[in-house]
Design a binder for this molecule. Sequence first.
Ligand code: NAP
Ligand code: ZN
Ligand code: ZN
Length: 367
Amino acid sequence: MSDTKILHYPPRPLEIVGRIPARGYAAKSAGATPTPWDFDRRAPGPRDIVIDLMYCGICHTDIHLVRNEWGISIFPMVPGHEIVGKVRSTGPDVRRWKAGDAVGVGCFVESCRECPACRDGDEQYCEKGVVLTYSARERDGSITQGGYSDCLVVNEDYAYRLPSNLPLDRTAPLLCAGITTYSPLRRAGLRPGDPVAIAGLGGLGHMGVKFAKALGARVAVLSQSNGKRDDALRLGADEFINTREPEALAKNANRFVFILDTIAAPHDVNQYLGLLRRNGMLVQVGAPAEPLPVKVFNLIQNRRRFGGSMIGGLRETQEMLDFCGQHGIAADIEVIPIQKVGEAYERMLRSDVRYRFVIDLSSLKTA
Ligand code: NAP
Ligand code: ZN
Ligand code: ZN
């Protein structure tokens, strides 16, 4: 009799009792183009949310990691850290989200929450090691898998509220390209009209142009692709400088207060340092694996500084998303089905990106 009673209880949702089946695209080994892969997400804990993923941007970091250029990759690897979707379900202790909410997930999904960096809102520099969204080890030893997939399980504190006035596909790239450019530009303390240059007009670069402009700077694009001149101006830049023309560089020597270098490949950073005025600073966010040799006289002259920056913390990322909502800033994108991810990588490697590929994850249903 009591057995019959138990059968009448509503069954517990699968996600509370066990792991969640997921479908994605994974690189199975270094350099392999991502192909379909079925895997499991972890069983959600009390403070986890399960997200049905809708769009994922393709960051050049995905390419570096798929090709194991930084020597830290773990395979099979589901790349993707520019993720938007809708909450499917929430654990019993989740406070911030309910089913149906639109949320974003960026480059990391956990941190220690206690170290000085975490306490300062710099979780990306967590002293115990931030847990990246993919190709990283969670505290329990399992491997994280990213956003080229249909669902994700994440602690509620590591998801972001999205601006309600922006289309979700154009919002996805804000989760990495957006915050990575917003953070150093915001911290540069720019004054209205300050001359600023953005080096490299790709996914990061085009967001850098939009943010620098919104912060009141006079913006120049430093690009090797002459064909992007009109786009640079349309995106808000005041001028375009072709870095393949030595006379154009010479004309702009000692001019900029701040340069954001987003270039993904090895390049001569001295060319760009020479464009900084007294006390100017170049911040490197582009991350080629190879060293970028610096001539020290390019730093000594004009008291220039050469620095770096990695994405942004939880608070700053939310601030950036809210800023985008207020200023109507979103990425310029080309939406592709996941089956075209290999083609998108090839085009990005040829600098033929205008200006972010975003995967429509509904295409996974036909994969
Ligand atoms: P992307 O969309 O592929 O754009 C990179 C741009 O760099 C290209 O469009 C091109 O712009 C320029 N470029 C490429 N090869 C070049 C070369 N040999 N010489 C000069 N310029 C070249 O890449 P992304 O997604 O913006 O990412 C850019 C870099 O930032 C990657 O290394 C990525 O890993 C890194 N990243 C860093 C962080 C961080 O936290 N620091 C976060 C995200 C990404 P033009 O055609 O205009 O010349
Ligand atoms: Zn990225
Ligand atoms: Zn920490």
